[in-house]
Design a protein around this ligand. Structure first.
Ligand code: 9YT
Length: 136
């Protein structure tokens, strides 16, 4: 069994990843090396920010536990409000913009799991890494 505590085991370690753009901080509680088949994150989307994202290589489900914001789908132009209790699942690799009006705290699951250090590239994509590539 794996037991981890955000404050004791994640904050201030390599598992706390800040986006190069400064728009989010991802606290990664489970990664691919944990062999769960998914990774599990507690992510903050900072207030007043907009992030362009395209998970071309991953599926992601997101559950909001606090804050306020919205997700805009690029292809359709649809916008969905995000608040405590809202879940969205990107089951079609949708390109989107994520905006926070009040800091969003989002619980996120990725399949395949992230290896640890992934950050969005200029196209909003996370590379598909293996643990060996991460270690190299
Ligand atoms: C909701 C979302 O995709 N935010 C960007 C960060 C990502 N969730 C992560 O790596 O934790």
């Amino acid at each position: 069994m794996i037991v981890r505590n955000l404050a004791e085991d994640i904050l201030g370690t390599e598992a706390e990843v800040k986006a190069a753009t400064g728009t989010w901080t991802s606290r990664r509680l489970l990664l691919s090396r944990d062999k769960m088949g998914f990774s599990f994150h507690d992510t903050l989307i900072h207030a007043g920010t907009e992030t362009y994202i395209h998970y071309a290589n991953h599926l992601e489900a997101v559950y909001c536990v606090s804050g306020e914001g919205e997700i805009e789908l690029i292809e359709t132009g649809e916008t969905f409000q995000i608040r405590d209790g809202t879940m969205y699942a990107l089951n079609g690799h949708e390109k989107h913009k994520l905006r926070a009006t009040k800091e969003l705290r989002l619980i996120c699951v990725f399949n395949p799991p992230l290896t640890g250090r992934e950050d969005h590239d200029a196209s909003g994509v996370y590379p598909l890494l293996t643990d060996e590539e991460e270690a190299a």
